[in-house]
Design a protein around this ligand. Structure first.
Ligand SMILES: NC(=O)c1ccc[n+]([C@@H]2O[C@H](COP(=O)([O-])OP(=O)(O)OC[C@H]3O[C@@H](n4cnc5c(N)ncnc54)[C@H](O)[C@@H]3O)[C@@H](O)[C@H]2O)c1
Ligand SMILES: [Zn+2]
Length: 467
């Protein structure tokens, strides 16, 4: 570890210890009451939609070589993970590159659920290769790794933490030009082909964090539903839960005009801005597709209609949450993934323990939405109805429990592990899980309801068992 990084980690650990103090001064992670701005600052008054160009169609992958030719690319980096490098999606991309005479080098060492170390290995490869374009073929792990490689190869003198979200990193705005990146998603989950977000596990702190900047979003997302036919059922289920939570969290996030501070320059307006009328449309539409197709897509690998629709839903939810943000399920998921002990995820062809991202977000969802519902009960009830609840005689104050019950049933029907206890956590882990959530303010502050450390502890405890 470089001296600067060591000093920063020590500083962060001190901050976390202070934040873990239970005294009244330190016990609130979020001080902004709904509708009130911290003194001296005003809330935002505008929001911006940024999204990659996307092209959708069965077999559209064969166009990637022509796209690179049209861009004038001469030396391309093709990124993927070891498992996918043996599967048809990568073969289809390589065929198209060869057919169109594109010179490329393949990096297939992407780590499933990447870490700062695995990001840095990919960055080294990118720096050495002096590439003029990138193609990422895979799920969020591959697309995010490729975004980071493109960013740091384009800004070779930057320290790794420079662009990482504060408070873990410096959160500097990106002002260097990046090379074109074409993302070919092979899961139906992250929507990373549409977003300026790259997530990794920061190993020194055992929590996930990321880089969030419109500048790193792919130039083009090639969404080819044929790739989804190769996904094993748990990858379909877990990545589908990611879509579910992206939609639910972005739709119930703090509205953008209640977020503070108001940026003094548009370059510092965050990618995650709070719920807004445009993101709302994408979130609700994605949720309807999840309700209609996710179970079918999990249960039947040949159901092209269901799998195609989930592939689109992933992009739709990405457009929504990529601009509105997510909140507590995601904020709490980062230590759930980061502190993994021995859990081995079925269908994930990797040699390290991992809690798949979609699973780590969905396990707390019943507790989270029970907690947040009082701030926007109508929205919570509306989403419960979309997910199949009969809300005709429902009372507004019951919105939270109704959505939570609907989610529990949904998860039970899809054979999801019975809560955090089933993936290796116990009550004794709660302080560490809370501590790992505290630095996730970029998302936890977007929750519609402020939360104290005691609230976070209670949410983790309520998520130990679901059924
Ligand atoms: N950038 C964003 O906006 C964003 C949003 C949410 C999550 N994420 C991050 O994305 C990562 C998770 O990504 P993911 O859920 O897409 O999965 P993934 O990329 O981690 O892949 C999961 C597994 O599925 C396999 N796989 C992928 N596509 C396949 C296919 N078509 N056929 C067969 N096997 C296939 C992979 O080889 C791997 O073993 C996490 O690190 C998460 O934090 C990023
Ligand atoms: Zn997610």
């Amino acid at each position: 570890m470089a001296a600067a990084t060591r000093a920063r980690v020590a500083h962060l650990l001190r901050q976390l210890q202070r934040a873990a103090c239970q005294c009244p001064t330190h016990s609130h992670t979020y001080s902004q009451a709904l509708g009130l701005a911290p003194s001296g600052k005003t809330t935002d008054y505008a929001f911006e939609m940024a999204v990659s160009n996307i092209r959708y169609g069965a077999g559209v992958t064969k166009e990637v070589g022509m796209d690179l030719q049209n861009m004038g690319a001469k030396n391309v980096c093709l990124m993927t993970d070891k498992n996918l490098s043996q599967l048809p999606p990568v073969q289809m991309v390589m065929d198209s590159l060869v057919k169109n005479g594109i010179n490329f080098k393949m990096y297939d060492n992407v780590r499933v659920e990447p870490t700062d170390r695995s990001f840095m290995e990919a960055i080294e490869f990118a720096k050495k290769g002096v590439f003029d374009a990138y193609v990422a073929v895979g799920g969020g792990s591959t697309m995010d790794t490729c975004k980071a490689a493109n960013l740091y190869a384009s800004s070779p003198h930057s320290d790794f933490l420079d662009y990482v979200n504060a408070p873990i990193g410096m959160g500097k705005p990106v002002s260097v030009p990046l090379k074109p990146l074409i993302a070919v998603p092979t899961t139906s989950g992250t929507g990373s082909e549409t977003t300026g977000v790259a997530i990794f596990d920061y190993e020194h702190l055992k929590v996930k964090t990321g880089i969030a900047s419109r500048a790193i979003k792919p130039t083009l997302g090639l969404i080819d539903p044929l790739h989804t036919l190769h996904m094993p059922d748990r990858v379909v289920a877990n990545s589908g839960f990611d879509v579910l939570c992206h939609a639910l969290e972005s739709y119930t996030a703090l509205p953008y005009h209640m977020r503070s501070p108001c940026p003094s320059n548009p370059i510092t307006r965050p990618a995650y801005q709070g719920s807004n009328p445009v993101s709302d449309i994408w979130a609700v539409h994605a949720l309807r597709i999840v309700a209609k197709y996710l179970k079918r897509a999990v249960r039947n690998p040949d159901d092209l209609e269901a799998r195609s629709n989930m592939h689109l839903a992933s992009a739709f939810a990405g457009i929504g949450f990529g601009n509105a943000g997510v909140h507590l399920c995601h904020g709490m998921s980062y230590p759930i993934s980061g502190l993994v002990k021995t859990y081995k995820a079925k269908d994930y062809n990797v040699d390290h323990p991992l809690v798949p991202h979609g699973l780590s977000v969905v396990l707390t969802s019943p507790a989270v939405f029970t907690f947040t519902a009082q701030m926007s009960p109508e929205r919570h009830l509306e989403t419960a109805e979309i997910l199949g609840a009969d809300t005709r005689t429902a009372r507004i104050p019951d919105a939270g429990p109704i959505l939570a019950d609907t989610l529990r049933k949904f998860l039970f029907d899809l054979d999801v592990d019975d809560g955090l206890a089933a993936i290796g956590y116990s009550k004794a882990d709660i302080p560490a899980l809370v501590k790992g959530t505290l630095p996730q303010e970029r998302v936890t502050k977007l929750a519609p309801r402020p939360q104290s450390e005691e609230d976070l502890s209670a949410l983790f405890e309520a998520s130990m068992k679901l059924y």
